[in-house]
Design a protein around this ligand. Structure first.
Ligand code: NAD
Length: 344
């Protein structure tokens, strides 16, 4: 395994890990506005030694997963005199872990970093698997690397302050994990995901870890984790462009419905399972607005997807609940049909 991920609700393992670091290692904590206020105190009280750590703060929100904020973090690292003995601790949601890991990867050609994910989405998905990066020129995650954090410490204590819509956002990735790899997880959480948070955390983390370990650099099988994201990312980016952002999870949830529609139309996914997936996701997330985004604009965004080959949009489709495939292609017409189906 390239990274160690621990469920550590009381942050005891984290305390031990930090205590055992050589004295010359200087930790710096990266937070955003919200996690500074809500999560840093939790971290400080669980790990008293952390009170003397330097802090770098970025403004909260996807809009700040940007080149400007990346440069701001790097500038702060220089100002703090950070060197190869600096440990960057990313305390926050997926935005903080993505941009923080990217900064740590390129600063002085790489310094050590760990994640303490504080949103449900970051705990079950973004903090695991080494992908990092920033959005660029309106495209999601266009710049970045795959570089693994040394450790990930997951505590549900942080979820106590996470706003409701952000909790929901995380559920989309848990649904996806069930759909691509674990029917038992799907069945367990589909009716009331947030009533089963321990099970959801445990299973989801372990599914993501096992898929990533098999193919860490996404040569093939890891691509199944992109289910729902080909269309989902396009929607997320397009809604940001019209200054009306949706959460990553809401966009992925909508993407899952449309991509399952495609799968069903191609006779890859049984109709009754499509209906179950669609109804479950709609019950939990409702519908989001996409008809003002423009089909061509969405298609253009999908054409930047990193899975594509030969300018053809590549999907990872659900074949049945608990099983997905990779490198699936369909006509542009069918993509438009899926967008229309969802918008109607
Ligand atoms: N690297 C990967 O493999 C991967 C996987 C999935 C998603 N992502 C990325 O993750 C990002 C989405 O992550 P996210 O949903 O965590 O977004 P986020 O980091 O923006 O967090 C959502 C909001 O919740 C706040 N917040 C986080 N933890 C909190 C807490 N404990 N209490 C109160 N407020 C808290 C944040 O400040 C922010 O306002 C996207 O950029 C997406 O592309 C990356």
């Amino acid at each position: 395994l390239l990274q160690k991920v621990q469920i550590d609700h009381h942050l005891e393992e984290l305390g031990t890990y930090l205590l055992n670091l050589p004295a010359f290692i200087k930790p710096v904590v990266l937070v955003d506005t919200h996690t500074r206020e809500k999560c840093l105190p939790v971290f400080n009280s669980a790990v008293p030694a952390s009170k003397g750590f330097s802090i770098i703060e970025i403004p909260a929100g996807e809009f700040n997963k940007s080149p400007e904020q990346l440069l701001a973090i790097l500038t702060e690292l220089v100002n703090l005199g950070a060197d190869k003995h600096t440990l960057l601790i990313n305390l926050g949601g997926g935005v903080v872990s993505d941009i923080g890991a990217f900064a740590a990867t390129i600063y002085k050609r790489g310094i050590r970093f760990i994640h303490i994910p504080t949103s449900l989405l970051a705990q079950i998905d973004a903090s695991i698997g080494g992908k990092n990066g920033i959005d660029f020129l309106g495209y999601k995650n266009l710049l970045g690397t795959i570089t693994f954090p040394e450790q990930v410490f997951i505590s549900k204590k942080f979820l106590e302050t996470l706003p409701g819509p952000e909790m929901k956002s995380g559920v989309a990735e848990a649904f996806k994990h069930g759909l691509i790899a674990d029917k038992e997880l799907w069945d367990h959480i589909k009716d009331a995901p947030l009533d089963h948070i321990d099970h959801l955390l445990e299973r989801s983390v372990s599914i993501k870890l096992s898929i990533v370990s098999e193919d860490p650099y996404e040569k093939n099988t890891r691509k199944i984790l992109n289910a729902g994201h080909t269309i989902g990312h396009a929607i997320e980016a397009a809604r940001m462009q019209v200054n009306d952002p949706v959460s990553h999870g809401e966009a992925v949830a909508a993407g899952l419905i449309m991509e399952c529609y495609i799968s069903q139309e191609m006779n890859l996914l049984p109709k009754d399972e499509f209906i179950e997936i669609e109804q479950t996701i709609l019950r939990f997330f409702g519908k989001i607005k996409i008809d003002n985004l423009g089909r061509e604009a969405l298609l253009k965004l999908m054409l930047q997807d990193k899975k594509n080959q030969d300018q053809k949009i590549s999907f990872s489709l659900i074949r049945s609940i608990g099983r997905a495939s990779i490198d699936d292609y369909c006509s542009e017409e069918l993509i438009f049909q899926a967008l229309d189906y969802y918008s109607k």
